[in-house]
Design a protein around this ligand. Structure first.
Ligand SMILES: [Fe+2]
Ligand SMILES: [Fe+2]
Length: 274
């Protein structure tokens, strides 16, 4: 799972690393948070195609999910674009979609939920979704057929951590996204849930959460100034979370936080992080 992949620079690193990861580490399934792929805001059809070619199996989203209108067409055509299940007034998002891994005889469910703290829009209470689906997911995991993973897209660490504990022993993995700032609290609980409060952004860190720092500062200092954001380009970091799942329990055996700072995108080698 890679955190919010941001703009051209983020895409470039992700496209380079994902095929290497899949090949060298025998990775079955790659998800990325795709809400910032297109210049920091949303996703386009062209970018969706590019990322699929690099080996992305599924995309999760967040508050920027509809910043580009292409998203409506993409979601009609492809079920691997996962939208948060607690969006208000959007039909067809209410269930965590299933992805089949035939060679492992497994199905992966992806939960993607929005937190409500400090968001511009209001979302349905994510805990209501989790409460409603809890028994369903417990039986799927226990039956041996399904692995359940979650991307919780939220500003508040408290919301993300509470959700992880609520689904402890049900989820193979939960990663937090949205803040674009990685935390270093990765853990594997006694009950087999791998968890990281925020995986961070894959993109330019010579910035304020991915955006040109001079422009952001100007806007903070002079709030009346109308100045569009501009994506930053320098100091690229790759941030992700690698999870090893037991075929017996459908829960995790190990997890690794991946954080590579100052990626030289021309001379990138998987050996530099693993
Ligand atoms: Fe984001
Ligand atoms: Fe976000």
């Amino acid at each position: 799972m890679l955190g919010d992949v941001l703009g051209r620079a983020g895409r470039k690193i992700a496209k380079k690393i994902i095929p290497q990861f899949k090949q060298s580490l025998d990775i079955d399934f790659v998800t990325i948070n795709g809400e910032n792929l297109a210049g920091g805001f949303g996703i386009t059809s062209k970018i969706y195609d590019e990322m699929k070619l690099s080996g992305v199996d599924a995309f999760t989203m967040g508050n920027h999910w509809r910043d580009k209108s292409d998203v409506h067409l993409i979601r009609q055509q492809h079920k691997d674009l996962v939208l948060p299940q607690n969006l208000n007034g959007i039909s067809g998002v209410e269930y965590a979609p299933e992805f089949h891994l035939p060679h492992r005889n497994k199905t992966i469910n992806i939960i993607n939920l929005m937190g409500n703290f400090a968001m511009k829009e209001e979302y349905k209470n994510p805990f209501e979704f989790l409460q409603k689906e809890k028994e369903h997911f417990i039986s799927k995991v226990k039956s041996g057929s399904n692995i359940v993973i979650a991307d919780i897209h939220a500003e508040a660490s408290s919301e993300k951590q509470a959700m992880a504990w609520y689904y402890d022993g049900i989820l193979a993995a939960l990663i937090g996204t949205h803040t674009h700032t990685p935390t270093s609290d990765e853990r594997l609980t006694e009950n087999g849930t791998a968890f990281l409060t925020d995986v961070g952004m894959t993109g330019p860190y010579d910035s304020v959460i991915g955006m040109n720092k001079t422009r952001v500062l100007t806007k903070f200092i002079n709030p009346s100034v109308k100045l569009p954001h501009e994506v930053a380009e320098n100091d690229l970091w790759l941030c992700g979370f690698l999870v090893e799942v037991s075929p017996q329990t459908n829960l995790s055996l190990a997890c690794h936080r991946i954080q590579c700072r100052g990626v030289d995108e021309e001379n990138w080698l998987i050996s530099s992080i693993v």
